[in-house]
Design a protein around this ligand. Sequence first.
Ligand SMILES: [Zn+2]
Length: 238
Amino acid sequence: MTTVIPGHCPVCETRTEFRSTDGWFRDHLRCAACDSIPRERAFAWALDRFRPNWRELAIHESSPAPARRVSARLREGCKHYIASQYFPGVASGKIHQGMRCENLESLSFKDASLDLHLHLDVMEHVNRPDLCFREMARTLRAGGAAIFTTPLYAERAASARRAIRFADGDEHLAPPEYHGNPVDDQGALVTFHYGQDFSDLIRAWAPDLSLLRLDLNDARIGVIGEFRDVFIAVKGMI
Ligand SMILES: [Zn+2]
């Protein structure tokens, strides 16, 4: 059975239909015009609402999928857009395979040099989220923000580490789970399942950041289904 929902897509900014032939809307409820999926639409909606001047801002997007319209919109629309991918063993700031390498745990950006860190489903793959949030806080200007998606397991009170990445291999603490990775056909190993304590953890890791969690649930913009949360971590008070 095909689900068809008319609405307005925040990614391609057109009247369109959201269609799915699968009950798992998270990966299958696609915009007929731009192929966006619910978390991309939630992210674009949040960016437009909370930083409507994003086209003028200094943006760093970590790990964009180049073919996805949600990232092309940033690349084409923002004058000061920097994209990076993470390549193990390559220093942050270096160009590798034509892409700038940045390790979110150790960024090459100067203190207070960026307005926005943006990423979609990256934080569940990092080894040291504590360092990532500290580095995002360090490199953001006052009032700057990290706007991102990552799966939040609402039924889970405490976040759980599923794997540890070491230089000589991975230690699995739970059955391995991989997601698509734009620069590695092997996929990206899931290191964390975040739970209800995610906001508390971020505050403990990076006290400069104030966190908003948006639980959007709005069929009119095609944001329904599983794991729809968008997080906005602002440097300073919101
Ligand atoms: Zn669209």
